[in-house]
Design a protein around this ligand. Structure first.
Ligand code: RUB
Length: 269
């Protein structure tokens, strides 16, 4: 009974975005699955956030491999990512990020601890404001952060209205596919504007987010956009979007800092 209660609580927190981001979702789903390790619970967990191949990969492994080994991967991979990001950041960089990605934030905090001097611009990320969580965590780590409303991203990336020149975009990923990545809605627009402004886009992500499967884009509740909206107004609330690999400079993962095609070669081995 206790296990069932805890399973339900984790499921609720994943669904409501209290637990968010591919890495945290996969980790929490693993914990829940071990409480009730059945096909039905696996199916239920996967249905909570449909755009999460890392959760799927982890639950597949959980059916065959020891818990400890799978759990260890999260920190091992993050450690490698941190070191790779540290080597990428130059002093006085201005890095732009979107939404809330643990892979991105941990690596920025690690770089700060290693005495790198840099600043961050981020977006608030409507409708659920994950950008506030990002800004808060960075601020607490002593990183200077400036938050923009989402629709000001052209200004933030365009050195307009007193903004400074951004020189790197760091985005997380929910899915790494053969043709590109999937991340929080807004990511494609950011990558397109970055390209116009000749700013390289790096995807900071655990290689376990890779999948050869087709990944559906989660459509979330309309009340997140406009609670009690008048009737007869259509609202769309896609949680994620696809960013083609041609807009991405490199994938920074536990496998190294690699061009998209190099990453694909390495991850498929
Ligand atoms: C979070 C989001 C993150 C990726 C990667 O969306 O798009 O960039 O999940 O995160 P949501 P991480 O808030 O809807 O889950 O690096 O934490 O795996």
């Amino acid at each position: 009974m206790l296990n069932k209660k805890r399973f339900e609580k984790i499921s609720k927190d994943i669904k409501s975005i209290k637990i968010q981001g591919a890495r945290n979702i996969a980790k929490a789903a693993l914990e829940a699955y071990y409480l009730i390790p059945t096909k039905t619970s696996k199916k239920k967990l996967l249905s909570l956030r449909p755009t999460e191949p890392m959760m799927e990969n982890v639950l597949e492994k959980a059916e065959k491999e020891p818990h400890a080994r799978i759990l260890m991967h999260f920190d091992d991979a993050q450690e490698k990512i941190n070191k790779n990001v540290l080597s990428l950041i130059k002093n006085n960089d201005l890095i732009f990020t979107h939404c809330h990605s643990t892979n991105v934030i941990n690596s920025l905090i690690y770089s700060k601890k290693k005495a790198k001097k840099f600043e961050v611009y981020n977006t608030e990320t409507r409708p659920l404001f994950q950008g506030r969580k990002t800004a808060n965590q960075l601020r607490k780590a002593g990183i200077k952060v400036t938050m923009f409303i989402d629709s000001a991203l052209g200004i933030a990336l365009g050195k307009e209205q007193g903004t400074k020149k951004v020189n790197k975009v760091f985005l997380g990923a929910d899915a790494l596919l053969k043709t590109g990545i999937i991340n929080k809605v807004g990511s494609k627009l950011i990558a397109q504007i970055a390209k116009i402004n000749k700013i390289p886009v790096y995807i900071i992500a655990d290689s376990w987010k890779f999948t050869k499967n087709k990944v559906p884009i989660e459509q979330r509740g309309l009340n997140e956009v406009w609670d009690k909206a008048p009737k007869n107004i259509k609202i769309k609330n896609p949680a994620f979007e696809f960013v083609p690999k041609k807009l991405i400079k490199e994938i920074v993962s536990d496998l190294g800092i690699l061009s998209y095609d190099e990453f694909l070669r390495k991850v498929s081995k």
